[in-house]
Design a protein around this ligand. Structure first.
Ligand code: ACO
Length: 266
């Protein structure tokens, strides 16, 4: 697990309480802007979480979820303690292959949130911009406060969304709406997010924490192994034919029934 100092330098706070881990983006003075170090640290957190953790709640400190990439990463000096992205490419000190590797490392900070053994929940207040929106999209579930504002800003800055957000966005809203949202880089209100199914629920800001707590309690009411097997099954469904999915259900159920039989035998 990253040290307290490592987490703090990455603008992240981590609390693990029993089966629930809470990751808080903790740079409110920068509206929880994230750097490359934030994402590699999130990847370390994901690798090091104890198996006993079943729920991961991701939230931001203060009134914003996250304002996305720390714009200092594009400045000639770069974000504190990190190589500047553009000038290192320009002066040849970072080649394209190395940058591809670097981005893959950043993506690791987002990918693990989908793994079957956990359910990840984004609790979103205020702005979730660019990388912040992609972080929310990387979570299995999104609960929004009514002041939430989602925006895929990357194309407006000359970039593409590259932190694993395009697939969940298209899966949820469809290709046409995703094109419209990304290529206008417009801001989606909480109400519209609910209509687009980008939010499982939208609640008053004062009720956000309690709503997430209730959801966590509900999720923990299901046995861990059955929950993981069911999530694994559901994750396959969009890419499977009906026949493939029916076969996957059979295989998963045999696994479950065998485990239950072993438990009965003691
Ligand atoms: N990177 C670095 N600093 C930031 C960022 C950011 N992404 N977002 C906000 N800040 C800083 C501001 O510069 C400001 O610093 P200052 O106090 O030294 O002036 C401080 O955080 C507060 O920001 P304000 O703009 O004053 O806060 P406000 O609540 O009015 O607006 C908002 C918040 C909407 C998030 C605005 O700051 C903003 O548009 N930020 C940039 C968003 C952006 O373009 N992100 C990149 C998306 S693309 C991607 O993520 C790959």
């Amino acid at each position: 697990m990253p040290t307290e100092d490592g987490l703090s330098a990455a603008g992240v706070r981590l609390e693990v309480s029993g089966a629930v881990a809470t990751i808080t983006l903790a740079r409110p003075e920068r509206r929880n802007a994230m750097t490359g170090r934030t994402w590699t640290t999130l990847a370390h957190v994901g690798h090091a979480l104890p198996d006993s953790v079943r729920i991961v709640v991701v939230k931001g400190e203060g009134g914003s979820f996250s304002s996305g990439i720390d714009l200092a990463m594009f400045s000639p000096e770069g974000a504190e303690g990190e190589k500047p992205l553009l000038s290192t490419l320009g002066d040849g000190s970072l080649d394209q292959a190395a940058l591809v590797e670097t981005i893959a490392g950043y993506q690791e900070g987002f990918l693990w949130l989908r793994r079957p053994g956990i359910v990840s929940i984004a609790a979103v207040r205020g702005h979730a911009i660019g990388a912040g929106f992609q972080l929310a999209l990387s979570c299995d579930l999104r609960i929004l406060a009514d002041d939430a504002r989602l925006c895929m800003k990357e194309p407006a800055l000359g970039l593409v969304p590259d932190l694993t957000g395009t697939k969940p966005l298209v899966d949820i809203v469809g290709v046409s709406r995703a094109i419209e949202l990304c290529l206008t880089a417009r801001t989606v209100s909480a109400e519209e997010a609910r209509e687009l199914r980008l939010a499982e629920a939208v609640v008053e800001g004062s009720a956000l924490d309690e709503t997430v707590d209730d959801l966590v309690a509900g999720l923990l009411g299901t046995p861990a192994e059955a929950a993981a097997a069911t999530k694994e099954l559901l994750l396959q469904a969009p890419d499977n034919t009906l026949e493939e999915q029916a076969e996957a259900e059979r295989r998963a159920q045999v696994g479950r029934l065998s485990a239950l039989a072993r438990t009965m035998r003691g």
